[in-house]
Design a protein around this ligand. Sequence first.
Ligand code: EPU
Length: 428
Amino acid sequence: MVEKIKIRGGQKVSGKVQISGAKNAALPLLAASILSENELHLKNIPPLVDITTMLTLLENLGCSSLVTKNSMYANSVKLKTDGIGNLVAPYEIVKKMRASILVFGPLLARFGRCSISLPGGCAIGVRPIDLHIRGMEALGARIELKDGYVHAVAPNGLKGAEFEFPISTVTGTENILMAATLADGVTVLKNAAMEPEVVDLANCLNKMGANISGHGSKVITIKGVQHLKAAVHEVIPDRVEAGTYAIAAGITKGNVDLIGVNLRKLLPNFIEKMEQIGLIFSDIENGLRVQSSGEILPVDIETEPFPGYPTDLQAQCMSMLCIANGISTVKENIWENRLMHVAELLRMGADIAVCGTQAKVCGVKQLKGAPVMATDLRASFSLILAALVARGETVIDRIYHLNRGYCCVKEKFAQCGVVVDKIMWVGE
Ligand code: EPU
């Protein structure tokens, strides 16, 4: 198990990076397999710890999965759920990964009851699931919270209904969307999340025979069907991974070809902000080229639901702004506790002042290597980015967060001329 990594600063990221399938698209797609007793064949599944956790949860319920390695960066998974005999998502698994809640809608829709452990605390915020519960209630489920579990029943099946989310929620939208595919009648979801991962899920469900329209807009309409059939679906590329490597090129004044993804539609606001900072984007065959202009200019960013600036690229951008030529502001609007990387960046010589969920980042000429600690998945990569440009050596502890959402970092960096012996994976 890799616990720490050591990175020597002064490295330039230049080369090609193959972008893997999106973790946050793959997780709901795996859960969607529960909706049908027929096989779901998913391609371009990234080999990540969170994916393994979801497969463990599905196996625990009685599903079987056949994983085939297609390349170092991608697996295909065939899921059969005709053997489901357990309708409980236990605390031992849910506490490891909050996205386990995604089995709630599919189990309830297909079997008329289920029990899901409440996820409990989380590093980046409180993360309640009240909107998942209210959405299921709107579809006619009866819900009881007891002994740390959500117990849900819908003895006569779910019924189509209109439900408006008071705030945008990604997995909340995905959960109610999946549940509504098998409900009796029409469901209209208002103020639904518009993230590309929600759209990918709806596209796959339609391949399975669901009748969904409006996905990608704020209003999704689902006409319930009785059964879903077998389908094959390829997961969309990971826009957060791609954005992270774009920042790696920007912060190190290098250039990177992001292969297998065109971010213009997937990350519109991000591209705009990166251009203001000084990155240059150009279309290439099968991807997008990102080049540094040689400058890092200050910018103000504020995280928002899609198509706004994504929270999952906030920490990485902040690392780059630490060495910008001026003062930037970063406002985190999605999670109330997602500035924990600031304390670590300060250890590396950054000049950042935090007030609530807003940070004022004054660019410094040079960061300095230091021992630091990864606090969550995206924060762990933000520290790697800072380390690449710092003077001296940085040792990043608790790097296990990284493997939840970024695959083959060492190999992908090696493709970009980041000399592998300069990145030592302690404990390998
Ligand atoms: N919220 C509620 N009640 C709910 C659900 C959400 O108050 O019932 C609040 C949350 O506390 C948060 C806001 O609504 O303040 C938005 O949360 P959302 O539900 O959209 O987040 P999520 O679905 O749990 C997904 C991603 C996150 C990403 C967020 C925001 C997956 C598996 N996870 O989480 O990804 O940050 O959307 O875009 O899709 C990551 O990959 O590093 C990650 C954390």
